[in-house]
Write a protein that binds this ligand. Structure first.
Ligand code: PLP
Length: 412
């Protein structure tokens, strides 16, 4: 019998997600009949129902048999709705032609790297970062240059440090840097970046010729007095791309709808936009009824305003509740979040008989049946991430377990 060539593609080694390892431990515990509290998935519909007006729009699309392939870059109604939303909220002039609908921001990341990254190219990421940025960059042959959000600046950008790093880079290296990615509001830190930091980063992008990518998937989930600024408001002609989607703000992670927005009319932006559209033709179109549902969701401002107001109130109540309980724990240091729905405590490892954040997360899961996410997976070693979406009683129980765990593992 002829044997097949068993070599997998080299790039396949980059396909991983830390979550799987902890999920395997959690399922083992669950098989023994114990219940595991899971604070590890940023999945709002699990906790706050997708609004009925969006469900109705989805059902209407199905009932009208909108079930075939559609425009590969996204239905016109949705691209127009996204363009209007950015004009309305951020005074950004975006032609619907420069909006591309993807299967979530996750697919947008694949598009981005597909179009820009050659072997040995680089991208600037800021740690802590959303983990999925990394495998997709690496799969396409790229590597990251890691800059840092500053915990001392409440996880805002450390512009001076970025300026120094860019200054140190020689021209040939800079030419290999294909984009610089920020996440605002942030996952995992829950920080909304201040406008002046964004203006500074735009200036640096301009000075060093860097394409700026801003992941704004949590743009309306902002509270505790913070004000969100879109990069499109401050870009001032600097070529940039906005990533956004329906998953979080429209409470519909399972619909798998994301958007890439390339507002610029400069030569490079036009080239990127055209090539992204070519990529869309390779994978055909995105889920059709979901696109109609999200077009209706964005267009129905009255219903959306009601839904997002309730959602942000619920989320901020839950985040602040968990934050206020956690900050009493003397083994943790926490920056108060003001956006998204995550809390990212630093573990005071010098006070505990715990080696690092991996050790903390795995032991917490095994000993207390509480699943959180390791900070090192976000490039934030020594931290862990909590998804603060469950009810207050679950959050209280979770913090009790963390407190007990820390007490049981404190250095004598
Ligand atoms: C910052 C950030 N970007 C992108 C995504 C992926 O979202 P989508 O559901 O649109 O693929 C997430 C999901 O948690 C996220 O936190």
């Amino acid at each position: 019998m002829v044997t097949v060539n068993e070599d997998l593609a080299k790039r396949s080694k980059f396909a991983y997600n830390d979550i799987e390892e902890d999920d395997a431990i959690a399922s083992k515990i669950e098989k023994t009949g114990k219940e595991v509290i899971k604070l590890n998935r940023g999945d709002p519909p699990q906790y706050i129902k997708t609004p009925d007006y969006i469900i109705d729009a989805y059902v209407d699309a199905l009932r009208s048999y909108k079930t075939g392939y559609v425009d590969m870059t996204g239905i016109k109604e949705l691209r127009e709705a996204v363009s209007d939303r950015y004009a309305r909220s951020y005074k950004a002039k975006v032609s619907p032609e420069n909006v591309i609908v993807t299967q979530g921001v996750s697919e947008a990341l694949a598009f981005l790297n597909n179009v820009l990254i050659n072997d040995r190219d680089q991208a600037i990421l800021f740690a802590p970062y959303y983990p999925q940025y990394m495998p997709l960059l690496q799969m396409y042959g790229g590597s990251p240059i890691i800059e840092k959000y500053s915990e001392k600046l409440n996880w805002n950008l450390d512009i001076d440090s970025l300026g120094r790093s860019l200054k140190r880079m020689a021209k040939p290296q800079l030419r290999k840097v294909k984009y610089m990615m920020i996440t605002n509001p942030n996952n995992p830190t829950g920080t909304v970046l201040k406008r002046d930091y964004l203006e500074d980063i735009v200036d640096l992008a301009n000075e060093y010729g860097l394409f700026l990518v801003s992941d704004e998937i949590y743009d309306e989930i902002v509270y505790n007095g913070a004000k969100f600024t879109s990069v499109s408001e401050v870009a001032n002609g600097v070529p940039h791309m906005i990533l956004n989607g329906a998953s979080k703000v429209y409470d519909s992670t399972g619909f798998r709808i994301g958007f890439m927005i390339i507002p610029g009319t400069d030569k490079f932006s036009s080239k990127v936009s055209a090539k992204l559209k070519d990529y869309a033709t390779v994978r055909l179109s995105v889920n059709t009824p979901a696109q109609y549902a999200i077009a209706a969701a964005i267009t129905n401002k009255k219903e959306h305003e009601k839904a997002i107001k309730n959602m942000v109130k619920e989320i901020s109540d839950r985040v602040n509740y968990a934050y206020n309980l956690l900050k009493k724990n003397e083994y943790l240091d926490i920056v108060k979040p003001n956006g998204s729905f995550y809390i990212f405590p630093k573990i005071k490892l010098d006070l505990l008989k715990i080696k690092d954040d991996n050790d903390f997360v795995v032991k917490l899961l095994k000993d207390k049946n509480l699943q959180v996410t390791r900070g090192s997976g976000f490039g934030g070693d020594g931290h862990f991430r909590i998804v603060s979406l469950p009810t207050k009683s679950i959050l209280k129980e979770s913090v009790d377990r963390i407190n007990d765990f820390c007490e049981e593992n404190k250095k004598k």
